[in-house]
Design a protein around this ligand. Structure first.
Ligand code: BGC
Ligand code: NOJ
Length: 826
């Protein structure tokens, strides 16, 4: 069952009924000012940091789930009837409803009793504010007198404190109202130099700033007394709950449409020029007044919206594909790329599942996210790499998390997740292949942000590699530390205290648990770094890295292979995990993916056997589960993984992040049909038809889909902020469509699944635009065949590497021929 449809032309998902199984959200903003918005206008806004600079309140885990938002009310002033054009919070009948989530904007349109309200919410590029651009139309044959109310509830900045410290907070709320604009200035009197403003283009509008006055005692957002009465009271909040509410009264002729803009923004003043006049407690508004006036000028909102569209055109044009598979094309060209940008911006901070007050930025999360956005915003990718590397520890290890505002490592979470550093190598390799900017390797970067410790980035990468080599266990495999990619495989932890964090608790002394996953990851990273060294003419370093990779492969051969698949780990006592010898957790997905991606077992049949085992034991119609059999009880020697009920999260859930590794492995093993099959099982668009089972948004990936052991098998959770976005993008674009940036050119190496004919792609790369068409040299060879010849701007070359552009700004036509007899000398 569907709750809407894709409008591919407009790059929108159109939701046609408000009662989606869960709030289906979207994101506003892509620079400093952000918001989340649901299909019923729930959500909140913040400046840079969802915890420390929260502008508006949102009540997580409420009933209904999604409470607090950008709520409008339409009141028919003749009858007194009123409703929310976004359905929530009044949840009344609507004659029509449609929500369109697009690239950085959402529109919600509805009508009732002949009055239509169509509101577009977005953040203008370059601004720290959001616009709600409402168009109110009178579809009646007679004039209509209506009021439109626009409301928000201010958060007192620190979202954590705001939700807990009521003995203080109920006394500190302050606002100012000047010229119809509401200013929220809690704590501005003391150490804050920032404030929020909420304005309305209808200057005649009245306002309220006290929640109690607007809602009325014992009333909720579903029936504000001010709306019921049709008259706002001009209240000024003192403490309690400051809000912003405007009322615009509109007389509409039959057929007339009026526009009303509400604007919520964030502004700062210099600390020594906060007040006007100096010495007063009144906000100095000399900077913000003209800005507000400018944004409310006729046409300004439309112009800003057009600019937003152009920005997304530019980002998305970096890669566009035409494979003929609508689910792949739609996700790659629009939604998956969009989700990658959102994970870049927000990491794991703010979604329906991430409260904005929880995790900082993850070291491995940020480095993997980069794989999905580096082609769109390479300059910002460079910054991100340098920021992440600056949190690296002198040992080569990493803080597991760092704080977005300070960019410092998070001491509370600490380090010791032994996979972390290797991901930095993969991120840098991806960046170098994309940009060719070898200079980044010489950029001085400190360790642990300590001035004076700057070393070239290159040194950081070397230490990342050595970090693993310095920590090998009894089987010659990397020690796992606290955990590896799987945060919940806590083999040295032995936690028996309720509520204790598995991530930070003191590990048992002498832990020698080892990870086959890190071994595979290491081989991948060491070979990437070796290729970079070779490219720079550093043969000795390349030799050292290749040898280290070879030794690691030997360790996996000796101790990582279980007979039919790759083992997962060795526990604290040296016993294998992910082995047929275990009762539960016999086979895990992660080592099958990463080891094959690292090339292990590809030439001796083991990869094929591991892939068969995955297909037989882990694959379900809803995706590949993380491990089987799921753990039926809590096991001290395993940690958090066994804390989850079977079928959820790491305990046998379909942890979507890992699925693309198997897609890549299938493609590398020469089975494109298998790759596409796995791809489509978790592709949100391909699951749209089962939205009542999947329940999350059909346009973005979720971290998890409940596994076969769960009674809710097929139900997704934790959509949006997940490494799933980047890895599916990599699998689809680099291994199914097969276009990969490399140091020396653009590799065109698709593995075409059965039934695919010609495919086309446009790829911006090193300043040029490659227009690529892949076709069979001889009809019928496509299945499983590889590209063997390219015709680049009319000249044929053997192989499948399109050379770098000779000059930027050019268009390069590439015809890639599958199965062409190799005969040309290059
Ligand atoms: C989740 C993991 C997550 C970890 C750290 C666990 O409860 O299952 O997916 O990485 O917490 O936040
Ligand atoms: C979510 C975390 O953000 C990610 O870093 C981790 O790899 C997965 N959970 C698996 O545990």
């Amino acid at each position: 069952m569907r709750y809407g449809h894709f409008d591919d032309e407009r790059r929108e998902y159109v939701i046609s009924r408000p009662d989606t199984p869960l709030p289906w959200i979207n994101y506003l903003g892509s620079e400093d000012y952000f918001g989340i918005i649901s299909n019923t206008a729930g959500g909140y806004s913040f400046y840079r940091d969802a915890r420390l600079r929260r502008l508006t309140r949102y009540r997580y885990n409420n009933a209904p789930l999604d409470l607090g938002g950008r709520y409008l009310y339409l009141r028919d002033d003749e009858t007194g009837e009123y409703w929310s054009p976004s359905w929530q919070p009044t949840v009344g009948e609507l004659d029509e409803y449609e929500c369109r989530h697009g690239m950085g904007y959402t529109t919600i349109a509805s009508s009732r009793a002949g009055i239509r309200v169509d509101t577009r919410f977005f953040v203008p590029p370059g601004e720290t504010l959001e616009i709600w651009h409402a168009r109110i139309s009178n579809g009646r044959p007679v004039p209509a007198q209506v009021s439109l109310f626009g409301t928000i509830e201010f958060c007192l900045w620190d979202a954590q404190d705001d939700a807990t410290n009521f003995q203080r907070n109920y006394s500190i709320g302050e606002v100012e109202v000047e010229d119809g604009v509401i200013y929220h200035k809690t704590e501005y009197r003391e150490r804050r130099d920032h404030f929020a403003f909420f304005a309305c283009s209808e200057r005649s509008a009245g306002f309220d700033t006290s929640r109690d006055a607007f809602l009325g005692p014992y009333r909720g957002w579903d029936r504000p007394i001010a709306v019921e009465r049709g008259a706002i009271s001009g209240s000024i909040a003192h403490g309690w709950q400051p809000i912003g509410a405007h009322q615009a009264k509109l007389d509409l002729a039959p057929g007339e449409t009026r526009e009303v803009i509400f604007m919520l923004g964030y502004a700062e003043n210099p600390t020594d020029a906060k007040f006007d006049p100096p010495g007063s407690q009144t906000i100095d508004k000399r900077h913000v007044r003209p800005l507000i006036a400018r944004q409310l000028e006729p046409g300004a909102a439309d112009a800003a919206f057009t600019a937003l569209g152009r920005r997304w055109d530019e980002w998305l044009e970096a890669l566009q594909v035409e494979t003929g598979n609508e689910h792949l094309d739609r996700m790659v060209n629009v939604w998956n790329a969009y989700q990658c940008m959102v994970t870049f911006n927000l990491s794991r901070s703010a979604s329906l599942y991430e409260s904005g007050i929880g995790r900082g930025m993850g070291f491995r999360d940020s480095t993997q996210d980069l794989l999905g956005f580096v082609h769109m915003v390479p300059v910002r990718a460079r910054e991100r790499i340098l920021d992440v590397a600056a949190t690296q520890l002198p040992t080569g290890g990493a803080y597991h998390q760092f704080q977005p505002l300070t960019k410092r490592g998070n001491n509370a979470v600490g380090s010791g997740f032994n996979d972390d550093p290797a991901w930095l190598v993969l991120a840098v390799a991806a960046y170098l292949k994309e940009t060719g900017d070898l200079g980044i390797l010489d950029a001085p970067v400190p360790y642990d942000n300590a001035p004076g410790t700057e070393r070239p980035l290159d040194d950081h990468l070397r230490r990342a590699i050595d970090y693993t080599l310095d920590r090998l266990g009894p089987h010659g495999l990397p020690l796992i530390g606290r955990a590896d990619w799987n945060d919940c495989l806590n083999l040295n932890c032995f936690s028996d205290t309720p509520g204790e964090s598995f991530q930070t608790t003191q590990n048992r002394e002498g832990g020698v648990a080892e990870s086959v996953f890190i071994a595979g990851l290491f081989v991948l990273a060491a070979n990437e770094l070796a290729a970079i060294a070779e490219h720079r003419g550093g043969a000795p370093e390349a030799g050292r890295l290749r040898a280290a990779a070879t030794d690691m492969v030997a360790a996996v051969d000796a101790h990582g292979w279980d007979g039919e698949w790759f083992r997962r780990a060795y526990d604290f006592f040296g016993e294998p995990i992910g082995s047929a010898a275990n009762d539960e957790g016999q086979i895990f997905i992660e080592p099958q993916g990463i080891c094959i991606m690292a090339g292990i077992g590809l030439d001796d049949g083991r990869a094929g056997r591991a892939l068969t085992a995955v297909r037989e034991r882990l694959a379900t119609p809803h995706g590949i589960v993380l491990q089987q059999p799921a753990f039926s009880d809590y096991q001290l020697r395993l940690g958090e993984i066994s804390s989850y009920p079977p079928g959820y999260k790491e305990n046998g859930g379909i942890f979507c992040h890992t699925n693309p590794w198997l897609m890549i492995a299938e493609a590398m093993a020469g089975n494109p049909d298998g790759a596409l099959d796995y791809y489509l099982r978790i592709n949100p668009s391909a699951r749209e038809e089962i939205s009542e089972i999947h329940r999350c948004e059909p346009y973005v990936y979720a971290q998890m889909i409940a596994g076969r052991d769960a009674p809710t098998h097929g139900e997704a959770k934790n959509s949006w902020l997940t490494g799933t976005a980047a890895w599916n993008f990599v699998a689809a674009t680099q291994w199914i469509v097969g276009i990969r940036a490399e140091l020396d050119g653009l590799r065109i190496d698709p593995r075409l699944p059965a039934g695919w004919g010609e495919i086309r792609a446009t790829r911006r790369f090193r300043g040029a635009t490659y227009r690529i068409v892949v076709r069979e040299a001889v009809a019928g060879v496509a299945r499983g065949g590889r590209v063997t010849r390219l015709v680049v701007n009319g000249s044929a070359i053997d192989g499948n590497l399109a050379p770098l552009p000779s000059e930027p700004g050019t268009d390069i036509e590439v015809e890639a021929l599958i199965g062409a007899p190799v005969e040309m000398a290059s």
